[in-house]
Write a protein that binds this ligand. Structure first.
Ligand SMILES: [Zn+2]
Length: 322
């Protein structure tokens, strides 16, 4: 009988679910909107509904479910099984997993932070397959991350480790959402890149960037900048070089602390490809404390995109639940 591990990724907008086969591949994935009134009960009802629909499609029964893993955008206390802090969900401190267990008694389950799940998914089924240690850095609205050491997720004593957006790269720097100043996230997230682009544009009225966004600052996105760099716009090149400098400072810090086999960069910015990677690698090679070592951290882009969170949530349950 074919067995499936089910990965559930609960986001602020969508709940994505995947049936993962025994080769750690997604056999089927689907998603539903996160209920507007996102009470724990509404969320559980949506999850159960979608799992049943997908099981029907794959023609499998509950008996074929091996493990169920859930990823949530918050801090999960593994001892109490509760979500202690969730920014984008309107509930907290509720026993989400306990509620799901009532629908699937006897099936082992685990719940993890979504960024950690994505890192683990990328590690096991994506770009990190061949290595033992990997630090994932996701450049999006903020900066998320996950730390995998000796093939295990590192969560810290309170399950809140891996907040790689919130170490400081500039002590007197710009304020961060977390209350500190000069965090990596405030300089190297996609949001930060867009702000840096807009600031440069205000001083450079001739830049191609203006044409690229229909002369509307509100329309500036990461892609606007990368498109203009490809057309050799000087302002765009300047912004990108500055951004790569900020990014490299954070990435080199991470490498100096962990010296991992691999640093994996995910999020929308990774679509820029070599425009970012070449400059970043060059700086890292110059400044990595272990630059003379025979072995250095590989810097690569994530492969699995949104699937990483689903696969990782499921496989964390499979690999670390009894
Ligand atoms: Zn911060």
């Amino acid at each position: 009988m074919k067995k499936y591990t089910i990965g559930v990724d609960i986001g602020g907008t969508n709940i994505a679910i995947g049936f993962i086969n025994e080769d750690n591949q997604l056999a089927l994935k689907d998603s539903v909107e996160t209920p507007k009134r996102g009470t724990a009960k509404n969320i559980i009802d949506s999850i159960v509904f979608l799992i049943q629909k997908m099981a029907k499609e794959l023609n499998v029964l509950k008996e074929n479910f091996d493990y169920i893993g859930i990823g949530v955008p918050g801090t999960v206390n593994k001892e109490s099984g509760k979500i202690e802090f969730a920014n984008n969900l309107s509930f907290h401190d509720e026993d989400l997993m306990g509620m799901l267990k009532k629908h699937y008694p006897g099936i082992p389950m685990a719940m993890n932070n979504d960024a950690n799940a994505a890192a683990y998914g990328e590690f096991v089924a994506g770009v990190g397959k061949e290595v033992d240690s990997m630090i994932m850095v996701t450049l999006g609205t903020g900066i998320g991350g996950g730390i995998i050491i000796d093939r295990k997720l590192y969560e810290g004593s309170n399950f809140a480790a891996g907040e790689l957006g919130h170490f400081v790269i500039n002590c007197e720097g710009i304020p961060c959402n977390c209350g500190r100043r000069g965090c990596f996230e405030a300089y190297a997230s996609a949001t930060a890149l867009i702000e840096q682009t807009k600031t440069a544009m205000k001083n450079e009225k001739e830049s191609l960037l203006w044409e690229m966004c229909d002369y509307n600052l509100e329309k500036v996105e990461g892609k606007t900048l990368f498109d203009c760099v490809r057309l050799f716009d000087k302002t765009a090149e300047k912004v990108l070089n500055q951004y790569i400098y900020y990014l490299s400072v954070g990435i080199i810090d991470i490498i100096n602390i962990f010296q991992p086999d691999m640093v994996c960069i995910g999020g929308g910015i990774s679509k820029a490809g070599d425009l970012i990677l070449d400059g970043l690698k060059e700086r890292v090679q110059k400044e990595d404390y272990a630059r003379t070592s025979k072995k250095q951290a590989k810097i690569v882009f994530a492969q699995l995109e949104n699937d990483a969170g689903i696969i990782g949530a499921g496989l964390l349950a499979k690999h670390f639940t009894n």
